[in-house]
Design a protein around this ligand. Structure first.
Ligand SMILES: [Zn+2]
Ligand SMILES: [Zn+2]
Length: 256
């Protein structure tokens, strides 16, 4: 049931009981947090929560947005296309070794280009198939369940409200409760933000942005691969210039 803000402010555990401000959520509602705050002090009560509402009884996670699949497929094709183009282009200029203007460079660029392509494929696979930063359901991320949500789940209903629920102030792990994933996100600290992605339909920690090319959220865990892929693209383009400029065949008049 809904409660007035004044009722919430009387709860010493919840303080001002504000709600998280995910931009994709709309509307405001105040929640009855009394039952929720009652069980908060007992972290050891996770077993009791599991007995009351086992993870297997929770509703399934939200369906992925179709873009989750199409963007990843398109991104993989783009990277694969670039890799093939760069590797094939590098090899095409090798031609007859006797005609190379700089055999050492030709061999090096060819080898380097192949390595860069393999590295790009690895980074892309890591971004697409890895689950970096995703908050998975577990005893520690799902419990305790806010009272209003728990009441609905026990009645066989998904949460009706569309606002995430703030946890007790100063609690590092119970920052805000996502009513779609039904998990707790850690409290936001500095640039380490938790966020529910509308494309991936999952909550992430240390969120940076959702990449429309790879169709995955970029978080601290896969940021090195994301940055590497961008750097590799620049390197590959530079290598193409090197290949064409320094490894091309000699003019006919020079080797005849
Ligand atoms: Zn979520
Ligand atoms: Zn995402």
């Amino acid at each position: 049931m809904d409660a007035s803000p004044s009722t919430e402010s009387q709860d010493p555990l919840l303080g001002s009981s504000r709600f998280s401000d995910d931009s994709d959520l709309e509307g405001e509602s105040d929640l009855d947090m009394f039952g929720f705050s009652d069980v908060l002090p007992g972290v050891e009560d996770l077993d009791a929560w599991e007995a009351l509402l086992p993870l297997s009884r929770l509703p399934p996670l939200p369906d992925r947005n179709p873009k989750f699949w199409t963007q990843a497929f398109a991104g993989a094709c783009v990277v694969l296309g670039f890799c093939i183009t760069f590797v094939v282009s590098a090899r095409n200029v090798r031609g007859d070794p006797a005609h190379w203007s700089n055999p050492t460079w030709c061999t090096a660029v060819d080898s380097v280009m192949t390595c860069l392509a393999l590295l790009a494929l690895f980074c892309t696979s890591f971004i697409i198939f890895g689950r970096q930063g995703e908050i998975c359901r577990s005893k520690t991320t799902c419990y305790p369940i806010p009272a209003q949500v728990a009441k609905g789940l026990l009645a066989g209903q998904r949460p009706a409200q569309n606002r995430n629920i703030s946890g007790p102030e100063h609690h590092p792990m119970l920052g805000s409760y996502c009513v779609r994933c039904l998990v707790w996100r850690p409290r936001d600290v500095d640039s380490h933000l938790s966020h529910h992605c509308r494309i991936c339909q999952r909550c992430f920690v240390e969120f940076d942005h959702h990449c429309g090319v790879f169709g995955r959220c970029i978080v601290e865990g896969n940021m090195p691969c994301f940055a590497t892929n961008i750097a590799l693209l620049v390197l590959a383009i530079l290598a193409m210039f090197l290949t064409n400029g320094w490894c091309g065949e000699l003019p006919d008049e020079l080797y005849e």
